[in-house]
Design a protein around this ligand. Structure first.
Ligand code: ADP
Ligand code: ZN
Length: 720
């Protein structure tokens, strides 16, 4: 008799054994339907010897119900799932769920039904129907997705189908993607680019694990350079995965990709429609999706034959997942390359210290592109000391910066003002009673958005109309904006330079690929003089007429005081500075700061990257921080404050005593209330020699909690 061990996709259950019915063809990696009580759950057949489980006597085994019509998860992907669960102290099931996240992609047939407007109207109009008809202009999606877009119930839309106002469209999820052609357009590389590209292409040819750190200054042509090994993989009939940090802003990348390879790549991110998801998932597993460009979740896709992985802007903090399984996609990408036996290229102009350290110790091969392509010069960077050059009362921009923008206006060039704060003002209070508007779900102030006249929480998305009078004391028109956000800076520019055409670029205004494309087109057509933007505009853009970058508050990132504050500030400013002077005209960068002598600011102004990295390295070494020591955190949360605190204290009572491992806490987490959950935290700092994951797993294993309590482990945390 044939028995198999299955990893079921329910974290609360261990692995379960089943009997394979006569004639059913399953092996390791098969995705199967497992009976569980009266229910059927999805499971993955796993190698029994790699998955400890209880031996069930043969006569008690229940038979598998069926096999799903998807290719089995490869051994490489199964090893990646095991590694991720092990390293990040997560359950195998929760990691495996990410690999099968495309739910519908698994079971469903190759065709799905979407709906679109017919142009006809229902006989009887209701306000909801009218709203739906207005919102669904140009949309085509499943009923459920359309209901989400229109903000009405599915019932309303079914009514519209019955009245002939919406019509079904059959979508074939197996239709092939247009082929990418490796030699569609040949690009002449510079000598330095060619040398790097050849190294990567050779590694692809050899088809073995080889991690690279492509360390190239902004504008050096990192993309052109890694397109060469992409072409090499295509020639070999192998697939490529390119991870990008901000999938909303891939417009520019997609455009360049299509110009080079004659067809767009396959996209993978969380806001794909279900038909697109199913199509992409199937094509990836069959091997017909040649190049996948995705957000971090693309790492767990079932590639049939991968040939190369690229992580662009590899230092980006958005590669770190902060919910569920808290993994860092950059590190998991390297491990996927290891298990798949393919090269991995991490590209960045400002690599994470951890990556540089890996290069230093010889684990990653470091490939440098030290100069900009086509002879463009690096911009000059100067600090403006705000304690000396004070902006006018109630304003935020020093006169020197405004003069710089004005000079660009006269020359028909463009400027970019960077401030990493959406909205009008980060804090709103009542002038009469001093009441501060706080989020009901988070320990955070509400941010005023003047464009929409609302107060919003940037942590949980809570929103309310800006009150006309104070909700505490009733004083009318009493709201005072404290501090600047991008909208306020845009107002200031408009006031001081009325002739300037200003565009605010944030996730509020560039919230769709279409909007992003419009923005790029407007800047390229020189319909914009001054861009005021958040970190969304710090990377990827190439605007030749942009010659001035002003950093409104270079100190902003340093305030949190966490471990990576210096590094993040350096990266952000260097990235945004990299937008200046990319064409034939030289670029200038002005940093507004109150601390011109802070090491990060001084290194930026001196253009001395090495000085920054070596000071930062020393600081980390002394603090026993990564990459020299290790950090982890444990967050205990519940909707009930007392329950969370008790759970944290209970965990604290079992605190292990391990040499060279310091455990701090429990203490309220920096965001003590987040999305309605009260949070307590332990912080663990250990020497590299400590088996940190093992310590944490053993510690937490024996402790039970009420169902409302969540315990999350964060290895190599980013937010402290
Ligand atoms: P990075 O990602 O390193 O900042 P990019 O890849 O965006 O740099 O390249 C900067 C600009 O230079 C882009 O507009 C790109 O098209 C151009 N460029 C780079 N290398 C070449 C090349 N070999 N031939 C033509 N244009 C190039
Ligand atoms: Zn909130």
């Amino acid at each position: 008799m044939n028995r198999v061990r299955c990893l079921v996709l329910n974290a609360a259950l261990g692995p379960l054994d089943y009997k394979v019915p006569e004639g059913m063809d399953v092996g390791p990696g098969s995705v199967v339907e497992c009976p569980l009580g009266p229910r059927t759950v999805i499971g993955i057949v796993w190698e029994a010897e790699r998955l400890a489980g209880t031996e069930v006597p043969a006569e008690k085994l229940r038979p598998l119900r069926g096999v799903l019509p998807v290719p089995p998860l490869s051994a490489a992907l199964r090893r990646l799932i095991e590694w991720t669960a092990d390293y990040y102290v997560a359950s195998l099931a929760s990691v495996a769920r990410m690999a099968l996240s495309s739910g519908g992609a698994l079971k469903g047939p190759a065709t799905m039904t979407e709906y679109r407007l017919t142009g006809g109207l229902p006989e009887r109009m209701t306000p909801q129907r009218e709203a739906a008809l207005g919102a669904l202009e140009g949309e085509q999606a499943t009923i459920r997705e359309l209901a989400g877009i229109a903000g009405v119930s599915e019932g309303v839309l079914r009514g519209l189908v019955n009245h002939g106002a919406l019509e079904p469209v059959e979508v074939d999820c197996d239709r092939p993607y247009p082929p990418a052609r490796p030699d569609f357009v040949e690009i002449a590389l510079s000598a330095q680019q060619r040398e790097a590209a050849d190294i990567f292409s050779n590694a692809v040819r050899k088809a073995e694990f080889a991690p690279f750190l492509l360390d190239g200054v902004t504008g050096s042509g990192k993309t052109e350079t890694y397109f060469e090994p992409v072409a090499q993989a295509l020639r070999m009939g192998r697939q490529v995965l390119v991870l990008l940090p901000e999938i909303a802003l891939t417009e520019n990348f997609l455009h360049r990709f299509e110009e080079r390879f004659g067809a767009p790549p396959v996209l993978w991110h969380s806001s794909l429609k279900s038909t697109e998801r199913r199509r992409a998932y199937r094509a990836v597993s069959e091997g017909s999706a040649q190049v996948v460009v995705g957000a971090r979740s693309a790492l767990f896709l079932p590639f049939r034959q991968l040939g190369l992985i690229v992580v662009d802007e590899a230092h980006e903090t958005s590669f770190k997942q902060e919910e569920g399984v808290r993994y860092n996609a950059r590190d998991v990408a390297v491990m996927r390359g290891h298990f798949e036996q393919v090269p991995v290229v991490l590209a960045s102009a400002t690599p994470a210290l951890e990556s540089l350290q890996m290069a230093e110790s010889g684990i990653y091969a470091k490939i440098d592109l030290p100069s900009r392509y086509g002879g463009a010069q690096m911009p000059t960077i100067e600090a403006i000391d705000l304690t000396e050059e004070k902006p006018p009362q109630g304003m935020w921009l020093a006169q020197r910066l405004v003069d710089g923008i004005e000079a660009r206006l006269e020359r028909g060039e463009q400027s970019l003002l960077f401030l990493n704060r959406r909205g009008y003002a980060p804090l709103t209070l009542c002038r009469n009673c001093g009441f501060r508007y706080q989020c009901p779900n988070c320990s955070a102030w509400l941010v005023e958005h003047r464009f929409t006249n609302r107060l919003a929480c940037h942590h949980c998305g809570h929103e309310a109309p800006a009150p006309k009078s104070c909700t505490e004391c009733g004083e009318p028109d009493c709201l005072v904006a404290c501090g600047p956000g991008v909208e306020r800076i845009a107002d200031e520019v408009a006031e001081r330079l009325p002739q300037a055409r200003v565009f605010v670029a944030t996730s509020d205004t560039l919230n769709s690929p279409g909007r992003a494309a419009e923005f790029i087109a407007a800047v390229e057509a020189r319909e914009v003089d001054v861009i005021v933007g958040t970190q969304l505009v710090t990377k990827g853009f190439h605007f030749p007429e942009l010659t001035l970058v002003g950093v409104v508050d270079a100190d902003l990132g340093l305030e949190g005081g966490d471990l990576r504050a210096g590094e993040r500030t350096y990266q952000q400013v260097a990235q945004v500075a990299g937008r200046a002077g990319r064409g034939s005209k030289p670029g200038e960068v002005l940093l507004q700061t109150r601390h011109p002598d802070a090491p990060v600011i001084a290194a930026l102004a001196a253009g001395d990257r090495d000085a920054f990295y070596s000071a930062e390295t020393e600081m980390r070494r002394e603090a026993g921080a990564p990459p020299f020591g290790r950090w982890a955190s444990i967050i205990i949360s519940s909707e009930d404050d007392a329950e969370a605190r008790e759970a944290a204290n209970r965990i604290g009572a079992f605190r292990p005593d391990v040499a060279e491992c310091m455990i701090l806490g429990p203490a309220p987490a920096p965001m003590a209330l987040l999305r309605g959950r009260y949070r307590y935290r332990f912080l663990i700092n250990a020497r590299r020699s400590v088996q940190l994951q093992q310590v944490i797993r053993r510690w937490l294993a024996a402790i039970d909690h009420p169902p409302g309590v969540r315990v999350a482990v964060d290895i190599d945390p980013y937010s402290f």
